[in-house]
Design a protein around this ligand. Sequence first.
Ligand SMILES: Cc1cc2nc3c(=O)[nH]c(=O)nc-3n(C[C@H](O)[C@H](O)[C@H](O)COP(=O)(O)OP(=O)(O)OC[C@H]3O[C@@H](n4cnc5c(N)ncnc54)[C@H](O)[C@@H]3O)c2cc1C
Length: 303
Amino acid sequence: MLDPASCGELRDLFEGSLIFREPMSLHTSWRIGGPAEVFAEPRGVEGLKVILKYACRLGIPVTVIGAGTNILVKDGGIKGIVIQVGSGLSDIKIDGQLITAGGGLRLSRLVSAVRDAGIGGFEFIAGIPGTVGGAVVMNAGAYGSSVSDLVSRVTCIDFTGEELHLENGQMEWGYRKSALQGKNLIAVEAVFVGSPRDRDLIAADMEKYISSRKAKQPLEYPNSGSVFKNPPGNYAGKLIDEAGCRGMRVGDAQVSVKHTNFIVNLGKATAGEVLDLIAAVKSRVLERSGINLELEVKVLGWD
Ligand SMILES: Cc1cc2nc3c(=O)[nH]c(=O)nc-3n(C[C@H](O)[C@H](O)[C@H](O)COP(=O)(O)OP(=O)(O)OC[C@H]3O[C@@H](n4cnc5c(N)ncnc54)[C@H](O)[C@@H]3O)c2cc1C
């Protein structure tokens, strides 16, 4: 078991914050999740390398998160070290149309910085929560555009602490997919390329997207965005609605009445309840339409 006594060496070496038995519900937009054995937020790339090398040497499992807006952490929590790529890795530099952003930079800060600099192309990101790293890994997108359209290069650190660079063409982009998924690679920086655009036009489009989200999404409850991927040529929300699942509930987990591809936490929902609801929705949709819905959210941790 990892505890403050067994991790004395790490506490001496590590630059950043280390918390033991940290409830993951504090770090997920669903407000759900059991404890991380160790929750670490590195200050800078060197801090990240130190903790990765330590974990690698001792065979401690590592899990990486950004802002926790697309994950479901199970009730048993996460064994080993959870590394949050957050404010310690959130620098931003703008040079002409090139934007270099830390993996932990919030997307809200990215979009306001490019808007103020008169750089267009990022409008669709307005209102998507999360970090630059999470958005690159998930190839986040909306309104027909995705992060893959903007990325030039990504700097990663692998779980042994080595740095590598991936160009756009090496990222194996797909729908909510990139080469970084399941590969033990941490996105610490991304270079984006935008194009010049009038600030007022950028701001107007961003406002439009944010208003549309407020109108359609149940943002008044903790949620994790779209739970399922849209199957080719169809919409998960439509299939879920047609299968009669609108408002369906297991404990405090409910298929949103406002947007059927969202599951909301009405108060004290557990990951177990969300997973049971997911299974029930999948089975009803399969029965009704013959389509096997695939999860968009990533499930982490132990039962
Ligand atoms: C209200 C709401 C609306 C949303 N709308 C959209 C939308 O329109 N389009 C869309 O695509 N998504 C949407 N999402 C989902 C989510 O915002 C995006 O997927 C976002 O990019 C996730 O970023 P994050 O930092 O929160 O990642 P997390 O949820 O923390 O992690 C997501 C995955 O990425 C991995 N990961 C995170 N950071 C890193 C890193 N630096 N290096 C390596 N791996 C990492 C994690 O291990 C996990 O597998 C929405 C979510 C919410 C709550």
